[in-house]
Design a protein around this ligand. Sequence first.
Ligand code: HEC
Ligand code: HEC
Length: 394
Amino acid sequence: MKTRTLLALLLMLSMSLVSCVKDTVDVHYTTYSDEEYQAISAVLGLPNDRVDYDVELPQHMLDLGMVPPKINNAKATLGRVLFYDNKLSRNEKINCASCHHQELAFADNKAFSEGFDGELTLRNSLALGSVANFKSSYEGSNGGGIAPPTQRQFFFWDERAHTIAEQSTMTIQDDIEMGMDLNELAGRLAQEPHYKVLFNKAYNTEAVQPEMITDALQEFINAIVSTQTRFDDGLAARKGDVGSTFSNFTQQENQGKALFIQHCSSCHGANMSISQETVANNGLDQDYTDLGVGKVTGNPTDVGKFKVPFLRNIALTAPYMHDGRFATLEEVVEHYNSGVKMHENLDHRLRAPDGNSPRRLNLSNTEKAALVAFLETLTDQELVTASRFEDPFK
Ligand code: HEC
Ligand code: HEC
């Protein structure tokens, strides 16, 4: 009898303990109701906890006047699911990540990528981890995070898209890339129970509109920001003084940094956050088969001009240039050292002082190796491994 009472007491005690634990579980913040989470979990491995896509910029970027984007988590989550969904392509064979792999800083390792029907893209896939640093999204001079028109850097190698929503519309509907009509896509997605939940969370409606698809993709791409490299650590320790010797760099990396500032930063920017030039002709060819910006504007002075790409994570995004012609960073450095070709639109910074011939750097092997070593400090391990950017499909 006594033992029974004791047992009963113990049982009651442990039950109340369990309910205590259960209470704390109950107040725990969840994103979805049970019913919603069931629909989501049928196809997606998303946690029910809040996934935070907020972007924080380090002080040295804030000091440049950059403004972090305000990310709406529900839209970014939807954008992430869309980014990895084969339903975005006509035959449901490929998704955005097919050509933008997270482990490769959202580029791919081919000169040209395969579209939904096996046809090759006309240009090399661009890395996405740096998109957020583009002036078009981030420079906050007028308060809205949008730079004045003269300073904006747009999207694609020829800058033909002015926003990521516009870029996404073009990509989804491109005959080679995804071949899908946006209205048809909206209809396709509206039938999926998990999308009903995700669109509802992001836009308070289950009626999927094409603009919501591209807006959500834009939100996700905006959340992919590269700020955590050894270069950033060095820059932060020196309070943004990029010219000073970084204590976390080897002597070779510091030498490479100095060479970069001397020969490359007038276009690419020394701080790896704001490039000095939006587009330029960097002397790849005497005759351009791909006219670049010239094809978009029809202006002869734009022929052979292409976007000056950001160099964050550059060690992960080979092959290089708009047509992927260089397999290694050594080849890129050799191009600037000895391979620049004369063209009437060749940028003045890549011309010899006489202005009529291409510049030759005459770098020693040690200097070339130092430049490459410096470019390798721009890799962001957090970006390429962060679970918030991973494929959410089961
Ligand atoms: C078949 C391969 C392929 C697919 C699929 C693809 N992309 Fe791309 N992406 C590219 C290529 C190639 C470029 C460069 C094209 C150009 O400049 O003309 C590019 C460029 C971009 C850019 C411009 C980056 C910059 O620096 O200007 C963004 C942003 C982008 N893609 C996002 C996406 C999104 C979002 C999706 C899915 C809706 C997607 N891509 C699907 C191959 C692809
Ligand atoms: C006149 C401006 C200019 C200067 C100076 C310049 N670049 Fe570039 N860089 C460009 C442009 C424009 C491109 C893209 C060209 C293309 O693909 O047609 C580019 C492309 C690159 C790429 C390939 C990026 C990618 O994603 O494929 C690397 C790497 C690079 N530059 C490094 C350097 C280095 C290192 C130096 C200094 C030795 C340098 N650049 C000097 C304008 C410049």
